[in-house]
Design a protein around this ligand. Sequence first.
Ligand SMILES: [Zn+2]
Length: 370
Amino acid sequence: MQENIMRLRAEIEAYDLTAPEQLEQFRIAFTGRKGQLADLFDQLKTVPQEQRRAVGQELNQLKQLALDKFSQRQQELEAAAQNAPADATFDYTLPPALNTLGTRHPLNLVREEMVRIFSRIGFNVAEGPEVEDDWHNFTALNFPENHPARDMQDTFFIAPSAPPAHLGSGEMASDKALATPHHLTISPSHLLRTHTSNVQVRLMESQKPPIRSIMPGRVYRNEAISARAHMMFHQVEGLFVDENVSFADLKQTVYYFVQEMFGQDIQIRFRPSFFPFTEPSAEIDITCLICKGKGCNICKQSGWVEIGGCGMVDPNVLQQSGIDPEQYSGYAWGMGIERITMLKYQIKDLRLFTENDMRFLRQFEGVQLG
Ligand SMILES: [Zn+2]
Protein backbone atom coordinates (compact mmCIF):
# COMPACT_ATOMS: atom_id res chain seq x y z
CA MET A 1 0.00 0.00 0.00
CA GLN A 2 2.75 2.37 1.00
CA GLU A 3 4.52 1.54 -2.22
CA ASN A 4 1.42 2.27 -4.29
CA ILE A 5 0.99 5.67 -2.66
CA MET A 6 4.59 6.63 -3.39
CA ARG A 7 4.35 5.50 -7.01
CA LEU A 8 1.13 7.48 -7.52
CA ARG A 9 2.62 10.59 -5.91
CA ALA A 10 5.57 10.42 -8.33
CA GLU A 11 3.17 9.97 -11.22
CA ILE A 12 1.00 12.95 -10.22
CA GLU A 13 4.02 15.21 -9.70
CA ALA A 14 5.53 14.28 -13.07
CA TYR A 15 2.29 14.60 -15.06
CA ASP A 16 2.66 17.11 -17.90
CA LEU A 17 -0.13 19.70 -17.69
CA THR A 18 0.80 22.24 -20.34
CA ALA A 19 -2.22 22.12 -22.63
CA PRO A 20 -5.89 22.73 -21.75
CA GLU A 21 -6.99 19.34 -23.08
CA GLN A 22 -4.60 17.58 -20.64
CA LEU A 23 -6.58 18.91 -17.64
CA GLU A 24 -9.51 16.60 -18.28
CA GLN A 25 -7.23 13.62 -18.89
CA PHE A 26 -5.52 14.33 -15.57
CA ARG A 27 -8.85 14.55 -13.73
CA ILE A 28 -10.08 11.22 -15.12
CA ALA A 29 -6.79 9.43 -14.38
CA PHE A 30 -6.32 10.59 -10.78
CA THR A 31 -9.09 12.47 -8.98
CA GLY A 32 -12.18 11.24 -10.81
CA ARG A 33 -14.64 8.76 -9.33
CA LYS A 34 -12.95 5.87 -11.13
CA GLY A 35 -9.44 7.36 -10.89
CA GLN A 36 -6.40 5.86 -9.20
CA LEU A 37 -6.97 7.76 -5.92
CA ALA A 38 -10.47 6.29 -5.59
CA ASP A 39 -8.91 2.84 -6.10
CA LEU A 40 -6.49 3.43 -3.26
CA PHE A 41 -9.25 4.72 -0.92
CA ASP A 42 -11.12 1.48 -1.67
CA GLN A 43 -8.07 -0.53 -0.65
CA LEU A 44 -7.89 1.32 2.69
CA LYS A 45 -10.16 -1.26 4.30
CA THR A 46 -7.53 -3.97 3.69
CA VAL A 47 -4.97 -2.00 5.68
CA PRO A 48 -4.51 -3.27 9.26
CA GLN A 49 -6.49 -1.28 11.80
CA GLU A 50 -3.44 0.27 13.55
CA GLN A 51 -1.96 1.70 10.31
CA ARG A 52 -5.21 2.75 8.71
CA ARG A 53 -5.32 6.27 10.22
CA ALA A 54 -1.77 7.15 9.08
CA VAL A 55 -2.26 5.72 5.60
CA GLY A 56 -5.59 7.51 5.35
CA GLN A 57 -3.91 10.83 6.14
CA GLU A 58 -1.25 10.17 3.54
CA LEU A 59 -3.92 9.43 0.94
CA ASN A 60 -5.78 12.64 1.79
CA GLN A 61 -2.58 14.64 1.37
CA LEU A 62 -1.97 13.01 -1.99
CA LYS A 63 -5.51 13.82 -3.10
CA GLN A 64 -5.04 17.44 -2.03
CA LEU A 65 -1.77 17.56 -3.97
CA ALA A 66 -3.55 16.35 -7.13
CA LEU A 67 -6.44 18.83 -6.67
CA ASP A 68 -4.04 21.72 -6.05
CA LYS A 69 -1.97 20.89 -9.11
CA PHE A 70 -5.16 20.70 -11.20
CA SER A 71 -6.63 24.04 -10.09
CA GLN A 72 -3.32 25.88 -10.28
CA ARG A 73 -2.61 24.73 -13.84
CA GLN A 74 -6.24 25.40 -14.79
CA GLN A 75 -5.94 29.04 -13.69
CA GLU A 76 -2.58 29.48 -15.41
CA LEU A 77 -3.83 28.03 -18.69
CA GLU A 78 -6.95 30.21 -18.64
CA ALA A 79 -4.88 33.33 -17.99
CA ALA A 80 -2.50 32.41 -20.81
CA ALA A 81 -5.40 31.92 -23.22
CA GLN A 82 -6.78 35.38 -22.42
CA ASN A 83 -3.49 37.22 -22.72
CA ALA A 84 -2.17 35.47 -25.82
CA PRO A 85 -2.03 37.64 -28.97
CA ALA A 86 -4.12 36.51 -31.93
CA ASP A 87 -1.21 34.62 -33.42
CA ALA A 88 1.45 34.00 -30.80
CA THR A 89 3.80 32.42 -33.33
CA PHE A 90 3.98 35.49 -35.58
CA ASP A 91 7.39 37.09 -35.63
CA TYR A 92 6.90 40.81 -36.24
CA THR A 93 10.60 41.34 -36.90
CA LEU A 94 10.62 39.20 -40.05
CA PRO A 95 11.00 41.10 -43.36
CA PRO A 96 7.84 40.91 -45.51
CA ALA A 97 7.54 37.93 -47.86
CA LEU A 98 7.53 39.28 -51.41
CA ASN A 99 4.56 38.37 -53.55
CA THR A 100 5.90 37.07 -56.82
CA LEU A 101 3.42 37.95 -59.53
CA GLY A 102 3.23 35.81 -62.63
CA THR A 103 4.09 37.41 -65.92
CA ARG A 104 1.97 37.75 -69.02
CA HIS A 105 3.22 35.71 -71.94
CA PRO A 106 4.79 38.01 -74.57
CA LEU A 107 2.46 36.62 -77.27
CA ASN A 108 -0.55 37.51 -75.12
CA LEU A 109 0.85 40.98 -74.48
CA VAL A 110 1.29 41.65 -78.18
CA ARG A 111 -2.03 40.09 -79.16
CA GLU A 112 -3.83 42.34 -76.67
CA GLU A 113 -1.94 45.35 -77.88
CA MET A 114 -2.96 44.53 -81.46
CA VAL A 115 -6.59 44.13 -80.38
CA ARG A 116 -6.46 47.51 -78.61
CA ILE A 117 -4.90 49.30 -81.57
CA PHE A 118 -7.44 47.98 -84.06
CA SER A 119 -10.37 48.45 -81.70
CA ARG A 120 -9.54 52.17 -81.54
CA ILE A 121 -10.36 52.40 -85.24
CA GLY A 122 -13.56 50.39 -85.02
CA PHE A 123 -12.56 46.74 -85.42
CA ASN A 124 -14.24 44.18 -83.18
CA VAL A 125 -12.86 40.72 -82.38
CA ALA A 126 -14.21 37.58 -84.05
CA GLU A 127 -13.34 33.98 -83.32
CA GLY A 128 -13.88 30.67 -85.05
CA PRO A 129 -13.06 26.95 -84.87
CA GLU A 130 -9.51 25.62 -84.99
CA VAL A 131 -10.78 22.33 -86.41
CA GLU A 132 -12.18 23.36 -89.76
CA ASP A 133 -13.57 21.85 -92.93
CA ASP A 134 -12.01 22.15 -96.35
CA TRP A 135 -14.61 24.69 -97.50
CA HIS A 136 -13.89 27.36 -94.88
CA ASN A 137 -10.14 26.85 -94.83
CA PHE A 138 -9.50 26.52 -98.59
CA THR A 139 -12.31 26.29 -101.13
CA ALA A 140 -14.26 29.40 -100.12
CA LEU A 141 -10.96 31.30 -100.15
CA ASN A 142 -10.30 30.54 -103.82
CA PHE A 143 -7.66 27.85 -103.26
CA PRO A 144 -7.68 25.75 -106.43
CA GLU A 145 -8.25 22.03 -106.02
CA ASN A 146 -4.56 21.24 -106.57
CA HIS A 147 -3.05 24.17 -104.65
CA PRO A 148 0.18 23.16 -102.87
CA ALA A 149 -1.05 24.57 -99.52
CA ARG A 150 -3.55 21.70 -99.34
CA ASP A 151 -0.71 19.22 -99.59
CA MET A 152 0.06 17.00 -96.62
CA GLN A 153 3.36 18.87 -96.30
CA ASP A 154 1.57 21.96 -94.99
CA THR A 155 -1.75 20.89 -93.52
CA PHE A 156 -2.69 18.62 -90.63
CA PHE A 157 -5.64 16.63 -91.91
CA ILE A 158 -7.83 14.81 -89.43
CA ALA A 159 -8.64 11.21 -90.20
CA PRO A 160 -11.81 10.11 -88.37
CA SER A 161 -11.13 6.35 -88.33
CA ALA A 162 -7.66 5.25 -89.40
CA PRO A 163 -4.47 6.88 -88.13
CA PRO A 164 -2.03 8.06 -90.81
CA ALA A 165 -0.22 5.08 -92.31
CA HIS A 166 3.22 6.10 -91.10
CA LEU A 167 2.12 6.06 -87.45
CA GLY A 168 1.23 2.36 -87.51
CA SER A 169 -1.94 0.95 -86.01
CA GLY A 170 -1.54 1.23 -82.24
CA GLU A 171 0.55 4.34 -81.91
CA MET A 172 -2.13 6.97 -82.05
CA ALA A 173 -5.82 6.41 -81.57
CA SER A 174 -7.15 9.03 -83.93
CA ASP A 175 -10.33 9.67 -81.97
CA LYS A 176 -8.30 10.55 -78.90
CA ALA A 177 -5.56 12.43 -80.71
CA LEU A 178 -7.61 15.58 -80.92
CA ALA A 179 -10.44 16.59 -78.68
CA THR A 180 -13.22 17.89 -80.89
CA PRO A 181 -16.35 19.78 -79.93
CA HIS A 182 -19.39 17.54 -79.62
CA HIS A 183 -21.30 19.33 -82.34
CA LEU A 184 -18.59 18.74 -84.91
CA THR A 185 -18.84 15.63 -87.04
CA ILE A 186 -15.37 14.90 -88.34
CA SER A 187 -15.15 13.92 -91.97
CA PRO A 188 -11.99 13.05 -93.93
CA SER A 189 -11.82 16.62 -95.22
CA HIS A 190 -11.45 18.18 -91.76
CA LEU A 191 -8.15 19.74 -90.82
CA LEU A 192 -6.44 22.01 -88.33
CA ARG A 193 -6.88 25.49 -89.78
CA THR A 194 -3.77 26.74 -91.53
CA HIS A 195 -4.77 30.39 -91.09
CA THR A 196 -7.50 32.38 -89.32
CA SER A 197 -9.05 33.24 -92.70
CA ASN A 198 -11.69 30.60 -92.00
CA VAL A 199 -13.21 33.11 -89.58
CA GLN A 200 -13.40 35.69 -92.39
CA VAL A 201 -15.45 33.26 -94.47
CA ARG A 202 -17.73 32.46 -91.55
CA LEU A 203 -18.26 36.18 -90.87
CA MET A 204 -19.12 36.95 -94.49
CA GLU A 205 -21.50 33.97 -94.61
CA SER A 206 -23.34 35.05 -91.49
CA GLN A 207 -23.28 38.86 -91.47
CA LYS A 208 -24.32 41.63 -93.79
CA PRO A 209 -21.75 44.36 -94.55
CA PRO A 210 -20.40 46.53 -93.08
CA ILE A 211 -18.06 43.95 -91.52
CA ARG A 212 -15.09 45.32 -89.61
CA SER A 213 -13.40 42.61 -87.53
CA ILE A 214 -10.06 41.20 -86.54
CA MET A 215 -9.51 37.49 -85.90
CA PRO A 216 -6.74 36.62 -83.46
CA GLY A 217 -6.12 32.90 -83.12
CA ARG A 218 -3.97 29.83 -83.23
CA VAL A 219 -3.11 28.17 -86.53
CA TYR A 220 -1.28 24.98 -87.53
CA ARG A 221 1.11 24.00 -90.30
CA ASN A 222 2.81 20.68 -90.79
CA GLU A 223 6.36 22.01 -90.48
CA ALA A 224 9.47 20.97 -88.62
CA ILE A 225 10.10 23.09 -85.51
CA SER A 226 13.12 25.39 -85.80
CA ALA A 227 14.21 28.90 -84.81
CA ARG A 228 12.17 30.29 -87.71
CA ALA A 229 9.24 27.86 -88.07
CA HIS A 230 6.77 26.07 -85.83
CA MET A 231 3.87 23.70 -86.37
CA MET A 232 1.66 25.96 -84.24
CA PHE A 233 1.62 29.74 -84.22
CA HIS A 234 -0.74 32.72 -83.92
CA GLN A 235 -2.21 35.14 -86.38
CA VAL A 236 -4.26 38.28 -86.31
CA GLU A 237 -6.20 38.74 -89.50
CA GLY A 238 -8.44 41.67 -90.31
CA LEU A 239 -11.39 42.09 -92.63
CA PHE A 240 -13.28 45.19 -93.69
CA VAL A 241 -16.19 44.85 -96.12
CA ASP A 242 -18.45 47.76 -97.03
CA GLU A 243 -19.43 49.91 -99.98
CA ASN A 244 -16.58 51.77 -101.71
CA VAL A 245 -13.73 50.23 -99.73
CA SER A 246 -10.44 50.86 -101.55
CA PHE A 247 -6.78 49.94 -101.33
CA ALA A 248 -6.14 53.44 -99.92
CA ASP A 249 -8.30 52.50 -96.90
CA LEU A 250 -6.22 49.35 -96.45
CA LYS A 251 -2.98 51.33 -96.57
CA GLN A 252 -4.20 53.84 -93.98
CA THR A 253 -5.21 51.03 -91.63
CA VAL A 254 -1.80 49.38 -91.95
CA TYR A 255 0.01 52.73 -91.51
CA TYR A 256 -1.98 53.40 -88.36
CA PHE A 257 -1.27 49.96 -86.91
CA VAL A 258 2.47 49.99 -87.64
CA GLN A 259 3.01 53.45 -86.17
CA GLU A 260 0.99 52.61 -83.04
CA MET A 261 2.84 49.32 -82.57
CA PHE A 262 6.40 50.24 -83.56
CA GLY A 263 6.62 54.05 -83.49
CA GLN A 264 6.10 57.08 -85.68
CA ASP A 265 9.50 56.95 -87.40
CA ILE A 266 8.94 53.51 -88.94
CA GLN A 267 8.64 53.43 -92.75
CA ILE A 268 6.23 51.11 -94.53
CA ARG A 269 6.28 49.71 -98.04
CA PHE A 270 3.85 47.49 -99.92
CA ARG A 271 5.39 44.88 -102.20
CA PRO A 272 3.18 43.27 -104.89
CA SER A 273 2.47 39.64 -104.11
CA PHE A 274 -0.05 36.87 -104.71
CA PHE A 275 -2.64 35.22 -102.46
CA PRO A 276 -5.55 33.15 -103.76
CA PHE A 277 -8.13 35.13 -101.75
CA THR A 278 -7.07 38.73 -102.50
CA GLU A 279 -6.59 40.71 -105.71
CA PRO A 280 -4.47 42.82 -105.83
CA SER A 281 -2.25 41.46 -103.04
CA ALA A 282 0.79 42.85 -101.27
CA GLU A 283 3.36 41.95 -98.65
CA ILE A 284 3.82 44.55 -95.91
CA ASP A 285 7.42 45.50 -95.11
CA ILE A 286 8.55 47.89 -92.39
CA THR A 287 11.91 49.50 -91.58
CA CYS A 288 14.22 46.95 -89.95
CA LEU A 289 13.99 47.69 -86.22
CA ILE A 290 17.50 46.38 -85.55
CA CYS A 291 19.50 48.53 -87.96
CA LYS A 292 16.88 51.27 -88.54
CA GLY A 293 17.11 50.65 -92.29
CA LYS A 294 20.90 50.73 -92.69
CA GLY A 295 21.17 46.99 -93.38
CA CYS A 296 22.05 44.11 -91.05
CA ASN A 297 21.97 40.33 -91.11
CA ILE A 298 18.43 40.19 -89.64
CA CYS A 299 17.05 42.08 -92.66
CA LYS A 300 19.58 40.47 -95.03
CA GLN A 301 21.13 43.93 -95.63
CA SER A 302 17.90 45.21 -97.22
CA GLY A 303 16.85 47.53 -94.38
CA TRP A 304 13.31 46.06 -94.54
CA VAL A 305 11.50 43.26 -92.68
CA GLU A 306 8.20 41.66 -93.63
CA ILE A 307 5.33 41.75 -91.11
CA GLY A 308 2.44 40.26 -93.07
CA GLY A 309 0.31 40.09 -96.18
CA CYS A 310 -2.74 42.01 -97.34
CA GLY A 311 -4.96 42.81 -100.30
CA MET A 312 -8.42 43.54 -101.61
CA VAL A 313 -10.82 40.65 -101.03
CA ASP A 314 -11.16 38.75 -104.32
CA PRO A 315 -14.67 39.26 -105.79
CA ASN A 316 -14.98 35.46 -106.09
CA VAL A 317 -14.50 35.11 -102.35
CA LEU A 318 -17.19 37.72 -101.65
CA GLN A 319 -19.53 36.03 -104.11
CA GLN A 320 -18.97 32.53 -102.67
CA SER A 321 -19.74 33.83 -99.17
CA GLY A 322 -22.99 35.41 -100.34
CA ILE A 323 -21.90 39.05 -100.63
CA ASP A 324 -22.57 40.90 -103.88
CA PRO A 325 -19.20 42.04 -105.28
CA GLU A 326 -20.97 44.60 -107.48
CA GLN A 327 -22.20 46.41 -104.38
CA TYR A 328 -19.45 45.73 -101.85
CA SER A 329 -15.69 45.59 -101.74
CA GLY A 330 -13.32 44.81 -98.91
CA TYR A 331 -9.76 44.48 -97.76
CA ALA A 332 -8.05 41.89 -95.59
CA TRP A 333 -4.69 41.41 -94.01
CA GLY A 334 -2.90 38.79 -91.95
CA MET A 335 0.02 39.07 -89.57
CA GLY A 336 1.82 36.56 -87.37
CA ILE A 337 1.74 37.49 -83.67
CA GLU A 338 5.08 35.66 -83.20
CA ARG A 339 6.59 37.73 -86.02
CA ILE A 340 5.40 41.05 -84.55
CA THR A 341 6.57 40.01 -81.07
CA MET A 342 10.02 38.95 -82.33
CA LEU A 343 10.45 42.27 -84.11
CA LYS A 344 9.15 44.35 -81.21
CA TYR A 345 11.26 42.65 -78.53
CA GLN A 346 14.14 41.50 -80.76
CA ILE A 347 13.65 37.81 -80.05
CA LYS A 348 15.68 35.65 -82.40
CA ASP A 349 14.32 32.14 -81.81
CA LEU A 350 10.66 31.15 -82.25
CA ARG A 351 11.06 28.18 -79.93
CA LEU A 352 11.46 30.47 -76.90
CA PHE A 353 7.71 31.13 -77.01
CA THR A 354 6.82 27.53 -76.21
CA GLU A 355 9.72 26.36 -74.05
CA ASN A 356 8.44 28.13 -70.90
CA ASP A 357 11.93 29.05 -69.77
CA MET A 358 11.34 31.33 -66.76
CA ARG A 359 14.46 33.36 -67.54
CA PHE A 360 12.86 34.34 -70.86
CA LEU A 361 9.33 34.88 -69.53
CA ARG A 362 10.46 37.00 -66.56
CA GLN A 363 11.84 39.58 -68.96
CA PHE A 364 8.25 40.60 -69.67
CA GLU A 365 7.40 41.38 -66.05
CA GLY A 366 5.74 44.74 -65.76
CA VAL A 367 5.39 45.32 -69.51
CA GLN A 368 2.70 47.96 -69.95
CA LEU A 369 0.15 47.54 -72.68
CA GLY A 370 0.00 50.37 -75.19
ZN1 LIG B 1 18.38 45.35 -90.43
